[in-house]
Design a protein around this ligand. Structure first.
Ligand code: PGA
Length: 271
């Protein structure tokens, strides 16, 4: 596991965007797994800049998003702040600014009437695309990946999941409060890729920033692997793993000095 610590959110975002861009350049028809939330916004901004200023080409890239709220769908007639769908988030933060083909974008359909069949189909589509080359992830305040809330099996697949109270509280603070949306009207369920699904991605980048994430990041990376912190499944992944943190989110890692030393050595020796 490569643990990269950067001074600021801006630097973290540039680092993760560079990793994604490197894959897009070396494998133009790569499959990206994408995440929503406040953490990846800077990464998407940087990818948009690279597309506009440096011609980073997404024309053959396929994407699969981790999750979507259940019971809501994108509504482009609404102002962005009142459309809380993750499909809208991706449209506004990334897709509308780059040359990705609409048919190459996959986001779970929060309005599906047959969720079980739909979730199986989503898994099949990932397989048909050849699997996810690089999965971008944040980490929730309760240690979740996507909406795999505490207690989710570490072998779980795409399914409907009830949101934990902490997730509802975090989402309310980050998004709904600003939009003047009442807690009662927040979605309480989501369709989410499972931990087992995520672990099949060939490479993983996990991002976290801010002091609020410091405890959960330390538990995820250095604590036991547990379904109570589903992101701790990162310790079971067999491919390339890069964790990119700002210095606040990294501040509670016991091995911080060691990780920084390893990064320096790898740079020096060109690994
Ligand atoms: P955040 O959410 O980026 O808004 O902190 C992270 C997550 O829930 O995965």
């Amino acid at each position: 596991m490569d643990i990269i610590v950067r001074e600021s959110y801006d630097e973290l975002s540039k680092y993760s965007a560079k990793l994604i861009a490197r894959l897009v350049k070396s494998k133009p028809d790569c499959v990206l797994g994408l995440a929503t939330g406040s953490t990846p916004i800077g990464t998407y901004k940087e990818l948009v800049r690279m597309h506009k200023e440096e011609g980073l080409d997404f024309s053959q890239v396929k994407t699969f998003n981790l999750d979507e709220y259940y019971g809501i769908g994108i509504d482009l007639d609404k102002p962005y702040e009142l459309d809380q769908s993750y499909a809208r988030f991706m449209h506004e933060e990334l897709f509308k600014h780059i040359n990705i083909k609409k048919e190459n974008i996959h986001i779970p359909d929060g309005l599906t009437k047959k969720p079980d069949e739909y979730c199986k189909w989503y898994e099949e589509e990932i397989k048909k695309a050849g699997g996810i080359d690089l999965q971008l992830l944040g980490i929730g305040g309760d240690g979740h990946w996507a909406f795999n809330e505490p207690g989710s099996s570490l072998a779980s697949r795409t399914r409907i999941q009830a949101l934990a109270q902490q997730t509802l509280d975090d989402n309310y603070e980050s998004f709904y409060k600003k939009a003047g949306i009442d807690r009662a009207n927040m979605p309480h369920f989501a369709i989410t890729m499972g931990i087992g699904t995520i672990l099949e991605a060939k490479n993983i980048i996990m991002l976290a920033n801010g002091i609020k994430k410091a405890d959960v990041v330390a538990k995820c990376i250095e604590g036991p692997v547990t379904s109570q912190i589903t992101a701790s499944a990162i310790q079971l992944h067999s491919g390339g793993i890069t964790v990119v943190l700002d210095k606040d989110a990294a501040s509670k890692l016991n091995g911080l000095h060691h990780y920084m030393h390893v990064e320096k050595l790898k740079q020096e020796y060109g690994f």
